[in-house]
Design a protein around this ligand. Sequence first.
Ligand code: PMP
Length: 360
Amino acid sequence: MRRVYNFSPGPSAVPEAVLNRIRDELYDWQGLGMSVMEISHRGKEFEALVERTEARLRELLAIPANYRVVFVPGGATMQFAAVPLNLAGAGGAADYVVTGHWGKKAVTEAERYCTVNVAADAAATKYTAIPPRESWRLRSDAAYVHYTPNETIGGVEFHFVPDTGAVPLVADMSSTIMSRPIDVSRFGVIYAGAQKNLGISGITVVIVREDLLGRARRETPSVIDYRAQAADKSLLNTPATFVWYVLALTLDWVAEQGGVSVMAERNSAKAKRLYAAIDASGFYRNPVDPPARSWMNVPFMLADPNLDKEFLADAARAGLASLKGHRSVGGMRASIYNAMPEAGVAALTDFMADFERRRG
Ligand code: PMP
């Protein structure tokens, strides 16, 4: 068996300890003589897993008592609709700050359900920078302000939480959650698909401030109605049980590593190493404004794009997988989520230096 360093943007690398645990428990989970994917979501064993998952998430992110956590299907894309349906009310308006591909997608979906005001848009920088907070044109009657703390494709990350006064801040944290400590009390709603730092695809975590429950429009499907799911402990219908189990194991792994502050130290060191290698070379280039560079997704271009194919093929042979950049940005992208060890980033920077020596 051969494991490679997997730089995929999501679904992405799962910690090896989690994979081992899944293998060990697959045929007989908790002495039941069945796998976790074969048991009822209404049984006491699965209910205990549900409770344990929420408790772990609360502990790791220090979620205050006046926030509810719901686990829902549909990915972050479903939340693009769920957010306006839950928060905007009929005929309501919301502010959106767009710093890349996913923010734009959120706008397009929200426009079906509410009046969208694009308060700031980084298009003029080709989504390589964050528009200064002072330049945002927020509506006084907005139901919320939505933004994307980390743009997975462009590699643009907020290293601060913007102040929106009394207007609830809604964050799509799909590709940054659990990478560093956050002050949950600054947010109205935080949502994230699981397939980067929380496990595998098929479940979405939503953290919602209690006073925002109960504002959903009547036609909101109950599966994505925050209050309805909170009332039913997120078991309103049959959930993705196996995925939930992987989420629980992944959170346990983060806790065993020492929690989110340890993740943050490692992530900062990994990102620093990779950006330093890129910046020190005349052969590689990262287009993002340095204060907005992502810790999680690092796009980089070769001076000669004709070498892209060769770079990717050689990297794959060296055990460095899934480095192809998104077609809208081109070049390469290294996604270095929590599960990517520092040794993986070192292997990448060594390979990059070697490739430059040979082909630069
Ligand atoms: N938002 C962000 C920031 C993402 O990275 C992604 C997926 N890569 C999405 C939304 C969409 O997630 P999903 O495909 O799970 O709906």
